[in-house]
Ligand binder design. Structure first.
Ligand code: FAQ
Length: 328
């Protein structure tokens, strides 16, 4: 018995036959919650799904450095500057663990970076919005890292070992990020009227994009069913979105602020907040690369890559010399 997978190649699809006994053994391991490791046999579609998700996750961490990085020189105190610097460096580290995890599946770093720079690969919609005030930096830490944690905690139990292990450290660091963001907003929301207004304005602009981060609704999420079956995703987009809203609304109130959703209401029967309709047209436009800062973000990434060419060349030359010496 064989299953037939269609693998996309540049020219025409190639049918790959995968032995049923290997598929059965793989599925049994996944069902038993065992990790799949790089040298284990895995269906090609599983490998490709992971490369897609992990590389897009890595790109999000790296592009995600830009909106906050642009505030390092403008942080209001030395303490806030140090914290922000550490946070942005953490995001770079997350990107690197994730690229390394994707490399264990056979994707090359160049291939992944090229897919990002050419617009073929996606990165999170959230990083296509501008950071206009210092309160936006607090809102990113609290809401964006908060949404990221909600999504990533279950990924610590994702079925692919290197991805799951990367998530353990990432989640610890994201928790610090979320707290520092909330802390910055607590200070501002106890400050002047102008500062309070900045906090509300930041919440008004970041709330909806943050809850869109979880992806399309379950009935319009083409990858979810298979990813849940393979235990790559452990919870659906809507389940995570609901958990995030339930956890975050009381935090908004604690700041003395309002959630910018007139339809938000506690539903006693469901034991959850009901919330208003998301603007999915906006979400898909941003996914297509039409977000407010999309062009600027990609230009910054391409420039950073080109400016770093000499470092990669120097590292290659160093490695070539080391090998030559070792062979001598
Ligand atoms: N943005 O069928 P689904 C962070 C795409 S890390 C753009 O539901 P899936 C840390 C999706 O790729 C934030 N595209 O897809 C930080 C798919 O297109 P494709 C990133 C999106 O994969 C904080 C299509 O829509 N986190 O913030 C988005 O099952 C502060 C259909 O969707 C991760 O990547 C979106 N928001 O579920 C850093 C976590 N949502 O690929 C710096 C890992 C969906 O078929 C500063 N990823 N799409 O062409 C995941 O959990 C999943 O990939 C989802 C999407 C949940 C994002």
């Amino acid at each position: 018995m064989y299953t037939t997978e269609l693998q996309k190649s540049d020219s025409k699809p190639v049918a790959i036959k995968e032995p049923q006994e290997l598929i059965d053994a793989f599925e049994a391991r996944v069902a038993a919650d065992a990790f799949i490791e790089p040298k284990d046999w895995m269906p090609d579609a599983y490998r490709r799904t992971l490369i897609r998700q992990i590389s897009q996750h890595a790109h999000s961490e790296i592009v995600g450095m830009l909106p906050e990085g642009n505030w390092i020189t403008r942080a209001p105190s030395l303490k806030r500057k140090t914290i922000l610097l550490a946070k942005v460096q953490d995001e770079a580290g997350h990107g690197l663990y994730l690229y390394s995890a994707a490399e264990t599946l056979g994707a090359s770093r160049e291939e992944m970076i090229d897919a990002l720079h050419s617009g073929k690969a996606k990165y999170s919609t959230i990083f296509n919005y501008p950071t206009l005030t210092w309160a936006d930096i607090g809102a990113i830490g609290w809401l964006v890292d908060g949404a990221a944690i909600m999504n990533q905690v279950p990924l610590q139990r994702t079925s692919y070992g290197p991805y799951a292990r990367a998530m353990v450290r990432v989640c610890k660091e994201e928790s610090f990020h979320q707290r520092q963001g909330y802390d910055a907003l607590i200070v501002m929301s106890n400050g002047t009227d102008e500062q309070k207004a900045m906090v509300q304005d930041a919440i008004d602009r970041w709330w909806w994009p943050a809850i869109m981060m979880f992806g399309p609704p379950d009935d319009n999420s083409p990858n979810s069913a298979q990813s849940i079956r393979w235990r790559i995703k452990r919870e659906t987009n809507d389940e995570l979105r609901q958990k995030f809203i339930d956890a975050t609304v009381p935090q908004v109130h604690l700041l003395g602020m309002k959630v910018p959703d007139p339809d938000l209401k506690w539903n006693e029967e469901r034991g959850h907040y009901d919330y208003g309709a998301l603007d999915w047209d906006e979400f898909y436009a941003v996914v297509r690369g039409e977000g407010p800062t999309a062009k600027e973000r990609m230009e910054a990434r391409r420039k950073a890559w080109d400016d770093g060419a000499w470092v990669r060349e120097a590292a290659d030359a160093h490695e070539a010399r080391r090998r030559l010496k070792a062979a001598a």
